[in-house]
Design a protein around this ligand. Structure first.
Ligand code: OGA
Ligand code: MN
Length: 295
């Protein structure tokens, strides 16, 4: 079977549109082209197609098994009783003044999703059910292959073979996840969390990639705290430079799927008088590892 999928790169550091297929009637050949494009461009956008949650779930499962939403994982109760994998990302407040989704309307700082897991997600998908109407709410992505390739050699040497502790409690809007407690200490050496290699091997492409997770309470294992913080600040500044970034300006109906191992993302804030609603799925991943090629 041949595929009609077209891949249109953004021309920036990452990202491509995929078009020329019907998301409600996917075939295997289409999926193979989409998967290869995903590995090459890291972030794909589906624009101008009309589809529901069932189609989003089916599209996600085409990439691999789905993770539970953070809320379902942490509290046992997700946003949608019949879809424990689906997150609601929204600033909309209901008539009783209750939040109807995560992340609110403020900025969300740079991160990769659910880096607090031993097996962080392979990827994530956001479907814009309702985009902002007055601007703001753009999502930015940065290319972590490029960040590593261009890392100054002294920084590269400083992190070669090192591992990073990622903390568990903060969401990317700076708040503490429901069901979790403040770590109760500033000493990053004592804050619990999974330990992942800073340079990891991509399990599918075999390429090496920089893996930072999120800055808050990160700690490079074994280093004096001050040294770890200085190094992390320099590496984060390098990784999030404009030349590695592509920005998605949402239209209602857009869906983006990103490789959570090779990109970080951040979100611009928007007015609370505007309304934004995204349906998010997360694709299950595997434990990060580093297997340097023999010299
Ligand atoms: C997320 C996230 C950003 C956005 O859902 O993981 O970071 O643009 N969202 O809503
Ligand atoms: Mn995120």
């Amino acid at each position: 079977m041949s595929s009609t999928v077209e891949v249109i790169p953004t021309g920036a550091a990452l990202g491509a549109d995929v078009a020329g297929f019907d998301i409600n009637a996917m075939n295997e050949a289409d999926f193979a082209v989409i998967r290869a494009a995903w590995m090459e461009h890291l972030v794909l956008r589906v624009r101008g197609q009309d589809f529901d949650d069932a189609a989003q779930l089916a599209f996600g499962r085409g990439f691999g098994p789905l993770e539970l939403s953070p809320r379902a994982l942490l509290t046992g109760k997700g946003w949608y009783p019949d879809m424990p994998e689906m997150s609601r990302i929204s600033n909309i407040i209901d008539k009783d003044g209750k939040k109807t989704g995560s992340l609110g309307h403020g900025d969300a700082y740079w991160h990769s999703d659910m880096n607090y897991l031993e097996e962080p997600p392979m990827g994530s998908m956001l479907h814009a059910i309702q985009a902002t109407t007055r601007g703001g709410g753009e999502t930015r992505f940065c290319n972590m292959y490029m960040a590593l390739e261009t890392l100054p050699s002294d920084l590269r040497r400083a992190i070669e073979g090192k591992t990073l502790k990622h903390e568990k409690v903060h969401s990317s809007d700076g708040t503490i996840w429901p069901g979790l407690k403040d770590p109760g200490t500033d000493d990053v050496r004592r804050i619990p969390g999974p330990i992942h290699p800073m340079i990891m091997t991509h399990p599918e492409t075999g390429r090496e990639v920089l893996y930072l997770g999120r800055r808050i309470n990160g700690y490079i294992m074994g280093l004096p705290v001050e040294e770890s913080n200085e190094l992390l600040d320099r590496i984060w500044d390098h990784a999030t430079q404009e030349e590695f970034v592509w920005e998605q300006s949402w239209q209602t109906g857009d869906m983006i799927v990103w490789d959570n191992r090779t990109v970080m993302h951040a979100r611009n804030g928007f007015g609370q008088d505007d309304e934004r609603l995204m349906h998010r799925l997360v694709l299950k991943g595997t434990q990060p590892f580093y297997a340097p090629l023999a010299a």
